[in-house]
Each structure stands twice: as structure tokens, then as C-alpha cells.
Design a protein around this ligand. Structure first.
Ligand SMILES: [Cu+2]
Length: 261
């Protein structure tokens, strides 16, 4: 331990000494690789894959009759009751003009290269005794900022299959916590042990090619390199749908998928 410390001090002292002496033009070791490395085609310097110019988009539809919305009583918590005087209504299968909302659509296979996670956080808010958004998606290692916008106690309790489980309480409005996930996993269920109706799903991928359908069932996955891809649409209750598509550079390909009721 003592030896190691001594060595570290010596190592630090060398560059400092060089700076102190002025004139010497020696490159720091960390700066050297970036200038000499030749990137492979389609791969940016530093080993990260370059984003492409193709995109896949379309409509995820639901054929049939959607189940009636669930009625949820929130009277157990006076704060939630105040927010929702007539209780809550939850549409697990949320359909508008045949379009299915809150489907997680992602490229399941065909992606090559590595995509470092963005440094900006994805947010999961607890507001009005509900999670917002309902379907959360981010990359492995990307920060997830979880915050409480309610004047009541919530706890965030994801139950992953391969990632680390956690359970964090947030007693007051304004509380925040930031978490990351280190493995890819699709649709991790998240619940609040105080309010059993609260439900959210977090999906974690090792690339940025994913989207969540809007209220019309529309989605778009942008920035894909040209290639052949397998796309999966995942809904919290319905059986997943798969599609295959080939896209060229600069092209916007359409892939519609349909769920049966
Ligand atoms: Cu809660």
C-alpha cells in the first residue's frame, strides 16, 4: 500500500516537473492514440460507431376491441385522492383510431458497432401518483434521473431479471436520485410499494435504436446505418410482434406491425 502511494506520487511529479520547466514539448500519453488511430469504415474515432442517415418508422396498430379501462381507487392516500377526486382510469391497451400507444419498438438484431451511452439523463417522474412516462427507454450506462413531484411518499422499485434490483424511497417533493443499468434488458417492471396501481417499464439497450409509440401508435427510429434489421414491438400486456426490414442510407423505411385483440 505504502509502495503504491509512493509510486503514484512519483508518477504525478514527473509531468508537473515538465510543466514547471516550461519549454519541453512532450505529449501526454493519453493524447497520443486519438491522433494516430485510423478509424474503420463507419466507425468514429474512439471506437464508437457513427450514426447513420436511415430511419424506420410506422404505425403499430391494434385490431379488435380493447379491454375496458381499469378503474383504480386512490383513496388510501389523501394526497393522491386530492389529485384524482374521481379515482384513476388506466388503459392498459390504449388505442386511438387503431393505433396502439406505449409500445416499445426497438432494433433487436442487425446493429453492429458500439454506441456509447449519452451523458444526458432520461427522466422518470412521479407526478399525480403516477409515473411519467409510462414506458421509459435508455442505454446501458445512461443516467436515469428519478424524481418525486408529489407531496407524498413514493418508492421506486424496479424488479429486473438481469440487472441489479433497487428500492429507493422518496418522501418529499423535489427529491431526486440517479441510477444506471449495466445490462441490456427489455421492459423491466417498476412499481411503487405505497401505491400499488403505479406501474412503469424501463427498457435498457446497448444502442440508441429504439422508440416508444405515441398516442396514434406512431414511432420513428432515426440515425440508423444502412442495413438489414430485425425489429421487435413490445407491449406490457400483448404478445410481442416482430418485423424485418432493409434500409439504405438516407432512406426512410416504413414498418407497420399489428396486434390482434
Ligand atoms: Cu407511489
Amino acid at each position: 500500500m505504502f509502495m503504491r502511494k509512493t509510486l503514484a506520487v512519483v508518477a504525478l511529479a514527473v509531468p508537473l516537473a515538465l510543466v514547471a520547466c516550461g519549454g519541453e514539448k512532450q505529449e501526454a500519453p493519453a493524447a497520443a492514440p486519438a491522433t494516430t488511430q485510423t478509424a474503420a469504415p463507419g466507425v468514429a474515432a474512439g471506437g464508437a460507431a457513427a450514426k447513420g442517415s436511415a430511419s424506420i418508422g410506422g404505425k403499430i396498430s391494434f385490431a379488435g376491441t380493447a379491454p375496458a379501462p381499469e378503474k383504480i381507487k386512490v383513496s388510501a392516500d389523501p394526497y393522491c385522492q386530492k389529485e384524482h377526486k374521481d379515482g384513476l382510469e388506466r388503459k392498459v391497451v390504449d388505442v386511438k383510431d387503431g393505433g396502439l400507444k406505449d409500445v416499445f419498438v426497438y432494433v433487436k438484431s442487425g446493429v453492429t458497432g458500439t454506441y456509447p451511452p449519452p451523458t444526458e439523463a432520461v427522466e422518470l417522474d412521479q407526478t399525480g401518483c403516477m409515473y411519467k412516462p409510462h414506458i421509459v427507454a435508455l442505454q446501458v450506462g445512461q443516467p436515469l434521473k428519478i424524481k418525486n413531484d408529489d407531496e407524498t411518499l413514493h418508492n421506486i422499485h424496479p424488479r429486473p431479471a438481469v440487472n441489479q434490483e433497487f428500492n429507493v424511497g422518496q418522501a418529499r417533493k423535489g427529491m431526486e436520485v440517479t441510477k444506471t443499468f449495466d445490462k441490456k434488458e427489455v421492459m423491466i417492471p417498476v412499481g411503487c410499494d405505497v401505491h400499488p396501481w403505479m406501474r412503469s417499464f424501463i427498457s435498457v439497450l446497448d444502442h440508441p435504436f429504439f422508440a416508444v409509440t405515441d398516442e396514434d401508435g406512431k414511432y420513428e427510429i432515426k440515425g440508423l446505418p444502412a442495413g438489414e434489421y430485425e425489429v421487435e414491438a413490445v407491449h406490457e400486456k400483448l404478445k410481442s410482434q416482430m418485423g424485418k426490414i432493409t434500409v439504405k442510407d438516407g432512406e426512410k423505411a416504413t414498418l407497420d406491425l399489428s396486434y390482434k385483440g
